[in-house]
Design a protein around this ligand. Structure first.
Ligand SMILES: Cc1cc2nc3c(=O)[nH]c(=O)nc-3n(C[C@H](O)[C@H](O)[C@H](O)COP(=O)(O)OP(=O)(O)OC[C@H]3O[C@@H](n4cnc5c(N)ncnc54)[C@H](O)[C@@H]3O)c2cc1C
Ligand code: SF4
Ligand code: SF4
Ligand code: SF4
Length: 384
């Protein structure tokens, strides 16, 4: 049972789920069969642009979390490492969330045995503010009327409150600086295969979730959900598997092309990088949000490296140290750039370093087994 299509049997789940509701149904089975203490995922806040983390312990709480949020680039790895590492949990993850989890496990920040990982294939996320502006400009629609959105066949499609849809070519949006976040455009990992199961809609029949089973535990989770009547399944045909694989390959090709443009052709010159970094106000937001930056004592705060408040921050003290500590493990999640108040293109720099390091050593952050080749012993444990 490597590939299958699944559908929730519970009508209430099907009402709000993105595809076949299999993810919610499997999460519910883990919760009700007492395999986990809670489920960590996301739920809609005020609207589709507002995703908030949720930790559900009951059926009622969990049912509020169905559906996909494409404008919520939130990392759950930090929440697990900080608050949930002693609980038995299930978590939904995009590929980058899982890469972060993988890097944190390598730093002993959580125990993989305590976490059931339900992966979601990912074509990309859109910054919430960019999404609202883009919907006004390109779709000529009030953003509050959008009830869901998806990327399919090269188009960004929005569904409105009157059940109509509108679509625009993703290339046209991205050529104008809208569409998916730039790091997502360059992201090569589309199916999170280190998850116990990877779920999506590519290749699936309408109303079903396509599941790729990746681990023995994944097989057990699915089998239990079938046996207890939470999901019903049918086989995925050879043709469906081939379609899914073809789409995945097209997406990877597109990402490599974007890497070439954004990390080579349009990459800032040394002078431009210097001028970007001298804008830094050393607010530490990029460090605080980074799922890889987790040392017990941050070197940036060591007394001998502190500058008087009256001096402008030295960019080398901030970024020289941060880059040398973690850029080799950067998973291209994009969060540092999302939160930088000075609009510094941080992810481009960090991802470029990781890709060069990958080419030199074979180490792919968040994906390769084993520790980073030059990993330092002093950083093995994560902050309590
Ligand atoms: C940003 C994003 C992009 C996606 N792109 C693709 C794609 O290109 N191709 C493809 O095949 N599939 C993609 N998917 C997966 C797809 O949208 C469905 O999530 C999947 O098919 C499961 O459907 P379901 O009905 O079983 O899920 P549901 O039963 O509806 O459950 C969905 C689960 O995902 C959680 N969730 C929602 N948003 C997020 C988020 N941003 N991060 C983490 N967890 C979240 C929910 O809380 C819920 O637990 C994407 C999902 C997301 C979140
Ligand atoms: S970095 Fe990759 S996995 Fe993460 S949100 Fe973007 S496209 Fe999805
Ligand atoms: S440096 Fe930025 S893109 Fe890389 S892992 Fe940290 S927050 Fe994510
Ligand atoms: S978030 Fe931006 S301004 Fe703040 S420390 Fe990081 S690079 Fe500097």
């Amino acid at each position: 049972m490597k590939y299958l299509q699944a559908k929730a049997t519970d009508e209430e789940i099907l009402k709000n789920s993105e595809n076949g509701g299999a993810v919610t149904a499997i999460l519910l089975s883990l919760l009700e069969e007492d395999k986990v203490d809670g489920v960590l995922n996301l739920k809609k806040g005020d609207d589709v642009y507002d995703g908030i983390p949720a930790y559900s312990k009951t059926r009622e709480e969990l049912l509020e979390t169905s559906g996909s949020l494409h404008c919520a680039p939130i990392m759950t790895s930090y929440l697990i490492a900080q608050y949930l590492k002693d609980e038995r949990i299930a978590v939904t993850t995009k590929a980058c969330d899982l890469m972060a989890i993988d890097e944190i496990i390598k730093r002993k920040g959580m125990d993989r045995d305590n976490v059931f990982v339900i992966g979601l294939n990912c074509g990309g996320t859109v910054n919430p503010l960019t999404a609202e502006k883009m919907i006004e400009l390109f779709y000529d629609v009030d953003p509050s009327r959008v009830v869901s959105e998806e990327i399919s066949k090269g188009n960004f499609i929005i569904e409105l409150d009157d059940d109509t849809t509108k679509e625009v070519k993703i290339d046209d949006l991205e050529d104008e600086g809208f569409g998916r976040r730039q790091n997502c455009q360059r992201c090569e990992l589309k199916i999170p295969r280190k998850a116990d199961i990877a779920c999506g809609n590519w290749g699936s029949s309408k109303g079903y979730t396509f599941i790729e089973v990746n681990t023995e535990r994944g097989e057990q989770i699915v089998q239990d959900a079938i046996d207890k009547g939470y999901i019903e399944c049918k086989e995925a045909s050879e043709k469906q598997i081939a379609i899914r694989s073809k789409i995945e390959n097209v997406m990877i090709k597109m990402a490599k092309k974007k890497q070439k443009t954004q990390l080579e052709k349009e990459y800032p010159t040394t002078d431009e990088i210097h001028s970007y970094l001298t804008r830094c106000i050393k607010c530490y937001r990029c460090r605080d949000v980074c799922p890889i930056c987790n040392c017990k004592v941050c070197s940036l705060e060591k007394e001998q490296l502190q500058q008087p408040d009256t001096e402008e921050p030295d960019p080398l003290l901030m970024h020289g140290i941060r880059m040398s500590h973690m850029a080799f493990s950067c998973i291209n999640c994009g969060q540092c750039q999302d939160v930088c108040p000075m609009d510094i293109p941080l992810v481009k720099m960090y991802q470029k370093i990781q890709l060069k390091y990958r080419d030199a050593t074979g180490y792919i952050a968040g994906t390769s087994d084993g520790k980073i080749p030059m990993f330092s012993g002093e950083k093995e444990e994560i902050a309590e």
